[in-house]
Design a protein around this ligand. Structure first.
Ligand code: SF4
Ligand code: SF4
Length: 205
């Protein structure tokens, strides 16, 4: 029996093919680091972030994997994952990280990119709420809960669902009784600062 050349076996070809499935990410890592300000390259994969994340059970990709895929430039995988919308920005991961990799900031950057590109996402309602929330901040500099709820109901289409309207109205009344809902909206005095902030946000760093 002749000995097979290890460099021409099917196994090697398969390995080569699987490597091709993960093409280099081009400029994504550089771009993401520059625009988000997060030192993604500093991660050495210890997984302390994922082990401490309180909502990782609901994620389709662990926080450490988000960082790893960013290092590998897997832009599409990141933009299509649900994890970026599930993250609650609690800061636990960045507190635990030995290299100060600011994962919530990276998640925010990815969310903003997806929202800006109007890319479809599996967590449609979270994206809708994200947009509604930012709209509120842009309008007054502060969230006015009554307006936030109304806008979100219109945006999500819940206003045509009588059951949801009644449920939300009951919740609103209960919050009013407990003094948790304001009737008159509050605004920040320096609205120019808010406008400048949103303008600055659109500029690449
Ligand atoms: S804790 Fe920091 S260094 Fe460790 S895997 Fe997470 S991001 Fe990377
Ligand atoms: S900031 Fe997000 S990723 Fe980090 S621990 Fe909190 S929920 Fe998890």
């Amino acid at each position: 029996m002749t000995k097979r050349d290890p460099y021409t076996t099917d196994a090697v070809r398969e390995t080569a093919a699987s490597i091709c499935l993960l093409p280099p990410g081009g400029n994504f890592l550089k771009k993401a680091q520059a625009e988000s300000g997060v030192n993604i390259s500093a991660c050495f994969g210890c997984r302390k972030c994922s082990n401490g994340c309180p909502v990782q059970f609901a994620m389709d990709m662990y926080p450490c994997q988000v960082v790893r895929y960013a290092q590998l430039g897997q832009e599409d995988r990141l933009k299509d994952c649900e994890t970026i919308w599930v993250c609650s920005s609690c800061q636990t991961c960045v507190t635990r990280c030995p290299n100060d990799v600011d994962i919530p900031r990276l998640m925010d950057y990815l969310k903003e990119t997806v929202a800006g590109e109007r890319r479809p996402t599996l967590q449609k309602r979270v994206l809708q709420f994200h947009r509604t929330f930012l709209r509120e901040i842009k309008t007054r500099g502060r969230v006015f809960e009554a307006s936030l709820i109304t806008r979100q109901m219109i945006r999500s289409g819940d206003f045509v669902n009588p059951g949801k309207v009644i449920k939300t109205a009951r919740l609103g009344v209960a919050m009013l009784r407990r003094g948790r809902l304001r009737i008159i909206p509050d605004r920040v005095k320096d609205r120019k600062w808010i406008k400048a902030l949103f303008k600055e946000e659109r500029k690449p760093l």
